[in-house]
Design a protein around this ligand. Structure first.
Ligand code: PEP
Ligand code: MG
Length: 755
């Protein structure tokens, strides 16, 4: 039996077009269309459901189901398999449809004898205006190409439905102008902050108005011209003056994809199947999206997101519109909406006019979220359905502290929110005005406050916060936003710019902490059952010395003639530190041998994030210049709780007496040996936690930029001696946490520990 892929979609598309342009009533023509599709797809049933006002999907035509069900069978969006397809705008291919939890049986259709179902959304400008379904009696496994063919047909149908009068234009407009009511959407906070602004779409809704090509040769030419002009524009951006550091790395990735042969071949193939160039781009983009929905690996998803961005750029080039129009036309106070976004694209926008970003996808580790945090831009991610719910120009409130979104909020909600924003702005202004105040407790104890960083853009916050330097520079982020391993000179260039931007303040570079939750897209990594306990960080560095050596050499080159601080992550035994240090020494010897300048001062330390190391401090401390406690990993290992698993990650408190006692022991030993110790995990950035840590004798913290102000305010109101005495009293408590006791103590002593 011939399958549709072989039946020649080109002929089918032509036939459909003729049919719909031909004589007869719209209903008759639509019925003829489903008949032709059913026969082409070798299916007993083919049905078209179209969206009616009120989000109702109505059966408009069928071949195979009872004809009397036409205009009678109606489903709400989200109801049944058809409603599911429309709601999620994604296909479903089921060999046994009736066992699907969303299957809704409609007796008037007589569909009980059909077992398999393949349905795709009929999309217009990104919104479902209907669903196209084929069904078979047998439990048929639909092939990927069959899904693709049906999606192509759905594209043609979308064009015809909106142009042939099958749906009244006013109904169509109402369907597409979704709800006008205020809408609240829950997502996840990816970068903190509050914002209010006007909705702006990152992917302008480009309507592909012609799907079937009149002249395939001409469409191929158009496609090629658009690809060339898109490549030129990316090359041009790369030549731009301001493109340095991570922006350059990211654009290089784009360039690689723009020249990717596989992607180009797919686009050409789609045009050759009879589509216009625009329809071909959309076709390939839809495939990409379908594939993306099946992939859980965040790194591959990230790459696919880049490709999707590229497809959008290509559509703009094809439309002859200025591809940067949506960037230029962004309103002054924009809340930007995107399905997903590559970090390069975020950098295209004028930060001054951007209030917040809303992503339908996106995880905390996604590259765009990392860049947004460096830019201090509030971001809500995982905001499902946000794009369908919003219209250009809508008023939007973004509460990226709680991961919430209010579209078209009522006046009173807006007023309350603006008040919150004012309070917050006043607080930030107060912190900014206190940036030069010394970080000293009331009883005169100096506390060192550093910032954590991972991108060049983070360095801007050094001056704003008045931090003493960078206490943790996560070097892996530079490696994660690139398409290939950076060479030594490129690395040295980045590290030198970081040191330049720090203007003499110390920067502690942590060597690559790859593995665990951080992987490089271009470096194969074995699948591991427990990646956090696996082959990561210094373990990888010692086993693959080329990587670590080249990084150390690059750091030494960047640090020529100035102070350089280096630390190693995930050290579990002294021997590992000794080996890493020996590697560094041999790189110093290499630099000297080549008559290059060495750093004027070299300080070498280690992270303490594996509990075992705490029991080797006697042997370790004489060998290190400093210790930095990684409380994120330390907590995960000490309590055996996966830090990324929402089910357990908050099960134990960082203010558990056991954890604090462990930390106190480490701090005491470092102090006795005269070695500086700093804590660079998230807990140090929380005023209450920092107060408790000062209470166990810690005097150095490294935290995200936004926390420096609140922590400084807390410690300036604190008497270190008093909290130390209080901590000594309660540290032996049997309780789950001493959080409440500390809160009470802070309140009764007038300590500002924030909201
Ligand atoms: C930590 O583990 O506390 C730490 C600071 O390192 P990272 O969060 O990068 O693992
Ligand atoms: Mg860590």
């Amino acid at each position: 039996m011939k399958r549709p892929a072989a039946a020649g979609p080109r002929l089918l598309l032509k036939r459909l077009r003729e049919l719909l342009a031909g004589p007869g009533s719209p209903d008759d023509r639509l019925h003829e269309v489903v008949r032709v599709i059913a026969s082409n797809m070798v299916s007993e049933v083919c049905s078209v459901y179209l969206m009616r006002p009120g989000e109702i999907l109505e059966l408009y035509a069928t071949e195979g189901l009872n004809p009397s069900a036409v205009h009678r069978t109606r489903l709400n969006v989200g109801e049944g398999l058809v409603g599911d397809i429309a709601m999620n705008s994604r296909p479903l291919a089921l060999a046994d449809a009736q066992s699907h939890p969303h299957f809704a049986y409609r007796p008037e259709t007589g569909e009980e004898i059909y077992h398999s179902l393949l349905g795709v959304p009929i999309l217009r400008a990104g919104k479902s205006i209907g669903v196209l379904v084929v069904q078979n009696r047998t439990r048929r496994q639909y092939a990927e190409e069959e899904v693709e063919v049906l999606e192509t047909i759905a594209m043609v149908l979308a064009e015809l439905v909106s142009q042939s009068g099958i749906l009244a234009p006013e109904d169509l407009a109402r369907v597409r102008r979704s709800s006008l009511l205020p809408t609240r959407i829950e997502g996840r906070a990816l970068s903190e902050g509050l914002a209010i602004g006007t909705a702006h779409l990152h992917e302008p809704r480009i309507e592909v108005t012609r799907t079937v090509a009149e002249d395939t040769g001409h469409e191929l030419e158009r496609l090629e011209r658009a690809i060339l002009s898109m490549r030129d524009s990316i090359d041009l951006m790369l030549d731009g003056d301001g493109i340095t550091g991570e922006s350059r790395d990211i654009l290089e990735t784009y360039k690689m994809f723009a020249y990717d042969k596989g992607w180009n071949a797919k686009l050409h193939e789609a045009v050759e199947s009879g589509l216009t160039a625009e329809a071909a781009v959309q076709r390939v983009q839809t495939d990409m999206r379908n594939r993306m929905n099946q992939i859980t690996d965040p790194y591959i998803r990230e790459r696919l997101a880049d490709l999707e961005d590229l497809a959008n750029r290509l559509l703009l080039h094809l439309s002859g519109r200025d591809p940067n129009e949506h960037v230029r036309k962004m309103p002054d106070n924009a809340v930007l909406f995107a399905r997903s976004m590559g970090p390069a694209e975020l950098l295209d926008y004028d930060r001054a006019r951007l209030q917040a970003l809303v992503l339908e996808e996106g995880s905390t580790m996604s590259h765009v979220a990392i860049v947004a945090r460096a830019l201090n831009l509030p971001v809500v991610g995982s905001a499902e359905g946000a794009i369908a719910a919003v219209e250009l120009g809508d008023q939007v409130i973004v509460d990226a502290d709680r991961g919430q979104l209010f579209i078209r909020p009522r006046e009173d909600v807006q007023a309350a929110f603006r008040q919150n924003m004012a309070v917050r702005a006043a607080r930030l202004a107060k912190y900014a005005s206190q940036k030069d105040d010394p970080a000293v407790t009331r009883d005169g104890r100096k506390i060192r406050l550093y910032m954590n960083a991972g991108l060049l853009a983070d360095l801007d916050h050094l001056d704003e916060t008045g931090a003493d330097g960078i206490g943790l520079y996560r070097t892996e982020l530079h490696f994660m936003v690139r398409s290939s391993l950076p060479r030594i000179d490129a690395q040295a260039g980045i590290y030198a710019s970081i040191l330049d931007s720090a203007k003499g303040r110390p920067v502690v570079f942590r060597t690559l902490d790859i593995g665990g939750d951080k992987r490089l897209p271009y470096m194969p990594h074995p699948e591991e059952e427990n990646p956090a306990l696996g082959w990561r960080a210094i373990r990888m560095g010692l086993d693959r010395p080329v990587l670590l050596r080249s990084q150390l050499r690059a750091l030494l080159i960047a640090g020529a003639g100035r102070r350089l601080d280096i630390m190693f992550p995930m050290v579990s035994e002294v021997e590992e530190f000794i080996r890493a240090r020996a590697m560094l020494d041999s790189e110093v010897a290499w630099v000297r041998k080549h008559n290059r300048e060495v750093p004027s001062e070299l300080r070498v330390g280690t992270m303490l994030e594996v509990p075992a190391l705490a029991y080797q401090l006697g042997a370790l401390l004489p060998r290190v210049d400093f210790i930095s406690i990684g409380s994120n990993d330390l907590m995960q290992f000490l309590f055996a709780v996966d830090r990324g698993n929402p089910k357990v990650m908050d099960r134990y408190d960082r203010l558990a007496p056991g954890f604090l006692k462990f930390l106190k022991d480490v701090v005491d030993q470092c102090r006795a040996a005269g070695r500086p110790v700093t804590l660079c995990g998230e807990m140090g950035g929380k005023p209450l936690e920092a107060m408790a840590l000062i209470g166990i004798g810690l005097d150095g913290f490294s935290m995200q930029a936004g926390s420096v102000g609140p922590v400084k305010e807390m410690l300036r109101s604190l008497d270190a001696g008093q909290i130390q005495r209080f901590m000594a009293e309660i540290l032996d408590s049997h309780e789950h946490s001493i959080r409440d006791r500390l809160l009470d103590w802070a309140a009764s002593h007038g300590i500002s520990v924030g909201a």
